[in-house]
Design a protein around this ligand. Structure first.
Ligand code: 5AD
Length: 377
C-alpha cells in the first residue's frame, strides 16, 4: 500500500481510482503522507494562512424538509427566529472589529419577497456601515436567478450552496421526493451563481447512510467539473428529530467519519490546488481541535460563529453542534495558539478571496448552459 500511495502522490493528475485508493488510506503513516503532500500544495498555491469569516446564522426558518437537517420545516420542536437587523449589523461590525475581514450570512431557505428585500437592505447597510471593508458571502439556499443577480449587485460577492452529494440517487434518498427538493434545481442555482460572477462554493456531507468511497470520489470530481472556487464539507452527524436518525446504526463509526473527512479535504487540495477549502464546524463536533486538524489536512478557511448567543440554541443542524456558548473572541485566542503548533497563522483584515476565481467570460455561459442540459438528461 505504501508504495502505491507514494506513486499516486507523485502524479500530476489523479484518476477516480487513484482518489478511491487515497480515500481508503487507513494506516496513520500513509494518512500523514497524504496530509503532508496536501500541505505542500497548499503552501505553494494559497499559502499557510487561515482566512476567517464570521458566521451569522440569520434565520432558522426553512421551506425545506431535508431528511438529515435539524431545522427542517417539519421539525415542530424548533423555535423559529429571524435575527433583528440591528443584531445582524452589530455581529457584522464585531467581525470587522476583530479583523475577520468578511462575514457569511446563512439562513434556512426562504423565497418570499419580504426576505429577498430584507437581505438586499442588509447588504446595503453592511456595505455602507463598514465603508465597504467587509466582504459578504451569502448562504441562503436556492433562489431565482434574478434574486441572485440583485444580491450580487448589492455587494454579495461569494455564495455557498452545498450539493450535499453529487450522486443523484443518493440525493433523492436524503431529500423528500417532491418539487421543493430537486437535484437539477441545485445544479441550476450553482450554474446561475457562477455565470452571474459570484465566487461559488459548494460541498457535501461525508458518511451519509449508503454513501460509498466511489460516491465520495465522484463528489470531488464533481467539484472539479463545476470548477467551483470554494468547498465546505464535513461529516454527516445525526439529529434525533430527523427521519434519517432511524439509520443511525448503519453509519460509519464517528472516528472513521472524522478521518475520512480529513482525507477528503487533503485529496481535494491535491486536485483543486488554489481553491478555498473550509474546515467545517461539524469537524469540531467530533474533536475539540477538529477544525485545526482540517487545516492540517489542507483546508485554509475557518468560519467562527459570531451569531449573538441568544439565537444559537435554535440553529441546531445536528446533535452536539459545538460553539453554542463560545464567543468568537475566546475561540480566536485558542485558534491562534493551536495554529502555531502546525506552523500556520491567521490572515487578518482580508476578504480572503479564492485565488481560483476568475470573472466569467461571456463565452463560458454557453458552456455552463451545456452542462445544465447534460445534467437534466
Ligand atoms: N450533519 C452534518 N451537516 C449537516 N448539514 C445539515 N444537516 C447536517 C447534519 N445532520 C449541513 C448541510 C447544509 C449545511 C448548512 O449544514 O450540508 O448545507
Amino acid at each position: 500500500m505504501k508504495e502505491k500511495i507514494d506513486k499516486i502522490l507523485a502524479k500530476n493528475s489523479l484518476k477516480k481510482d487513484d482518489i478511491i485508493t487515497l480515500l481508503s488510506t487507513y494506516d496513520n503513516d500513509d494518512r500523514f503522507k497524504v496530509f503532508a503532500r496536501a500541505n505542500q500544495v497548499k503552501e505553494k498555491y494559497v499559502g499557510k494562512k487561515v482566512a476567517l469569516r464570521g458566521l451569522i446564522e440569520y434565520s432558522n426558518i426553512c421551506r425545506k424538509s431535508c431528511h438529515y437537517c435539524g431545522i427542517r420545516a417539519c421539525n415542530s420542536k424548533v423555535v423559529r427566529y429571524t435575527m433583528e437587523s440591528d443584531d445582524l449589523l452589530n455581529a457584522s461590525m464585531l467581525a470587522l472589529e476583530k479583523g475577520f475581514g468578511s462575514v457569511v450570512i446563512q439562513s434556512g431557505e426562504i423565497q418570499n419577497s419580504l426576505f429577498v428585500d430584507k437581505i438586499s437592505q442588509l447588504l446595503n447597510m453592511i456595505k455602507s456601515k463598514s465603508d465597504n471593508q467587509l466582504g459578504i458571502t451569502l448562504s441562503c439556499g436556492e433562489q431565482k436567478r434574478e434574486v441572485y443577480r440583485r444580491w450580487f449587485h448589492q455587494g454579495a460577492h461569494r455564495y455557498l450552496l452545498r450539493i450535499e452529494t453529487a450522486n443523484r440517487e443518493l440525493f433523492n434518498k436524503i431529500h423528500p421526493n417532491d418539487r421543493t427538493h430537486r437535484y437539477d434545481e441545485r445544479i441550476r442555482c450553482l450554474l446561475d451563481l457562477k455565470s452571474i460572477g459570484y465566487q461559488v462554493g459548494t460541498g457535501i456531507m461525508i458518511g451519509l447512510p449508503g454513501q460509498t468511497l466511489e460516491d465520495l470520489a465522484g463528489d470531488l470530481l464533481f467539484f472539479k467539473q463545476m470548477d467551483v472556487d470554494m468547498v465546505g464539507m464535513g461529516p454527516y452527524l445525526e439529529h434525533m428529530d430527523t427521519p434519517m436518525y432511524a439509520q443511525k446504526d448503519d453509519l460509519l463509526p464517528l472516528n472513521h467519519r472524522f478521518n475520512l473527512s480529513l482525507l477528503m479535504i487533503a485529496v481535494l487540495r491535491l486536485i483543486m490546488k488554489d481553491i478555498n477549502i473550509a474546515a467545517s464546524t461539524a469537524l469540531q463536533a467530533l474533536e475539540p481541535c477538529g477544525r485545526e486538524k482540517g487545516i492540517f489536512a489542507g483546508a485554509n478557511v475557518i468560519m467562527p460563529n459570531v451569531t449573538p448567543l441568544k439565537y444559537r440554541d435554535d440553529y441546531i443542524l445536528y446533535n452536539n453542534k459545538p460553539g453554542v456558548t463560545e464567543t468568537a473572541d475566546r475561540y480566536i485566542k485558542r485558534l491562534e495558539k493551536n495554529l502555531k503548533h502546525i506552523n500556520e497563522e491567521v490572515l487578518y483584515n482580508s476578504w480572503g478571496d479564492s485565488k481560483h476565481y476568475k470573472p466569467v467570460a461571456s463565452n463560458n455561459r454557453l458552456w455552463y448552459r451545456g452542462l445544465l442540459m447534460q445534467s437534466t438528461n
